[in-house]
Design a protein around this ligand. Structure first.
Ligand SMILES: Cc1cc2nc3c(=O)[nH]c(=O)nc-3n(C[C@H](O)[C@H](O)[C@H](O)COP(=O)(O)OP(=O)(O)OC[C@H]3O[C@@H](n4cnc5c(N)ncnc54)[C@H](O)[C@@H]3O)c2cc1C
Length: 450
């Protein structure tokens, strides 16, 4: 492997997965993390019989890289696949939960969409495909499917993933699979059917799109990765780290020390890049550092005895149009084992997002009262919770809007000019955990093979 030695900035799932594959290939590395926590936004807490997440709650086995990643981890950290209840998703409409239809038959009679749009959907395969790569998700869905599909399927879906606004999100970057269905097959419906019929490679067949966590919560995964990387290779509390460029690579200045590397992999958010890489001129950053993030407060609510509505679903999402103050509720104790005491329930809810960011900053007591009121209405629960914990994420989810094309180009330019430097993390390639694992795999393979 020559004189390769890799600096990884950030000990989240992207940095730790990159380290995992470098370690497998025998390439030395060092992970620099500015906080004392390993795992990035992934963090699991245990309290009074509840096991709750303060960051991501579950991932999707959405690509071959994530499936293979768990195969590579083997018995060290097998995925826990969510209960079959997770197939059912609820959408809030006119004061009650309505199941999101999973097939054409349910789609005909669901009250979520109006009859005009349901009829219009028959013509979807025959509609012309879009030509504007920066078309927003709202524009695309209205053009192909109709407003009620936007409001009661796509909008809550985007709230659930991006805590964002479909009028800002650009599918080419934020939902490339959906964008490519239209571009490659001319239709969402026709494309989905044709793709299902296409011959799949053995690994593609394993991409089940099942929902996963791991036993005991997602931090078990990042803890396992940190153990494999070796704690002696992880430098926590590396605040104000600086990367300098030398003749044969990069020099990292951290704490009162410095160390040389052949490669640098950054996994940090856009706002910190400029100060971390001062040798890259300000003009190169202008299309990167203004990337917008959704602000979200995540709330775990536990009940030792549950007497609210039945929780036999993944959870419920609340369309923006319904004008409520929570984005949705995940039924965590229905999805994964041992998240709440027997007979109890663990729910996770979110407030804020790009359209109600002020709610993410509410003082704890106001937040508590707001959540209590929202759960009384939506979950028919009137008892006091036994657990109420919240985590504020001021830069929770990157919003891939019309500025993405320029950002991707700027990242590519910087990487081309500075050999051995990789600008990863959620500034590109998707925001879900499966996207992060895939990116880490791609970056590490590039370092290993070049
Ligand atoms: C509240 C929330 C809920 C989510 N829910 C889901 C979900 O249910 N499913 C899903 O698939 N995805 C979800 N996501 C997205 C997913 O969690 C993230 O995309 C993924 O975990 C990000 O991993 P990462 O390693 O790229 O970044 P991070 O986890 O952010 O890690 C980056 C690390 O870099 C460190 N760092 C930053 N700057 C510096 C610096 N200058 N020097 C050194 N270190 C630095 C940070 O401290 C951090 O530890 C959620 C995200 C949030 C915030």
């Amino acid at each position: 492997m020559g004189n390769k030695k890799v600096a990884i900035i950030g000990a989240g799932i992207t940095g730790l997965t990159t380290a995992f594959y470098l370690k497998k290939a025998g390439i030395p590395f060092r992970i620099f993390e500015k906080t004392d926590h390993i795992g990035g936004v992934i963090r699991t807490e245990k309290e009074n019989g509840f096991v709750y997440e303060t960051g991501p709650n579950s991932g999707v086995l959405a690509n071959a890289e994530t499936v293979e990643f768990f195969e590579d981890l083997g018995d060290l950290c097998p995925p826990e696949i969510a209960d079959t209840a997770s197939a059912k998703r609820l959408i809030w409409k006119n004061g009650k939960w309505v199941p999101l239809p999973s097939g054409p038959a349910g789609g005909v009679f669901t009250p979520l969409f109006n009859w005009k749009d349901k009829l219009r959907l028959l013509g979807e395969p025959f509609r012309k495909k879009g030509t504007n790569p920066n078309e927003t998700l709202s524009e695309m869905v209205i053009r192909r499917m109709g407003k009620s599909f936007l409001e009661y399927a796509i909008d809550p879906f985007i709230l659930g993933i991006y805590a964002g606004d479909p009028a800002y999100i650009v599918p080419k970057y934020a939902l490339p699979k959906l964008y490519n269905l239209e571009q490659d097959y001319g239709s969402f419906i026709g494309g989905a059917i044709k793709k299902k019929r296409e011959k799949k490679s053995p690994v593609e067949k394993k991409v089940s799109r099942e929902i996963f966590s791991v036993r005991g919560g997602l931090q078990q995964l990042t803890d396992t990765l940190a153990n494999i990387a070796g704690h002696e290779n992880i430098e926590t509390n590396s605040k104000n780290l600086l990367v300098e460029k030398g003749r044969d690579g990069y020099r990292i200045r951290f704490k009162d020390r410095q160390e040389n590397f052949s490669h640098v992999v950054s996994t940090i958010n856009a706002g910190e890049l400029k100060q971390t890489f001062p040798f890259i001129g300000p003009k190169h950053w202008q299309n990167i550092v203004n990337l917008k993030y959704a602000k979200v407060t995540e709330v775990a609510i536990g009940f030792k005895k549950w007497n609210g509505m039945p929780l036999n679903a993944f959870g419920g999402l609340i369309p923006f149009k319904e004008n409520r103050d929570i984005l949705g509720v995940l039924f965590m104790s229905s999805l994964f084992k041992n998240r709440a005491p027997e007979g109890g329930a663990l729910l996770t809810t979110f407030v804020g997002g790009t359209r109600k960011p002020h709610l993410a900053e509410l003082p704890e007591e106001e937040l508590f009262q707001l959540i209590k009121k929202e759960l009384q209405v939506t979950m028919q629960i009137n008892t006091e919770p036994d657990l109420f914990r919240h985590a504020v994420h001021r830069q929770a989810i990157a919003q891939y809007g019309a500025d993405s094309e320029a950002r991707y180009r700027a990242i590519a330019d910087i990487e081309l000019q500075h050999h051995g430097l990789y600008l990863g993390g959620s500034i590109r390639d998707g925001i879900g955990m499966a996207d992060r694992i895939k990116q880490a795999r791609t970056i590490s393979a590039d370092i290993i093979n070049k």
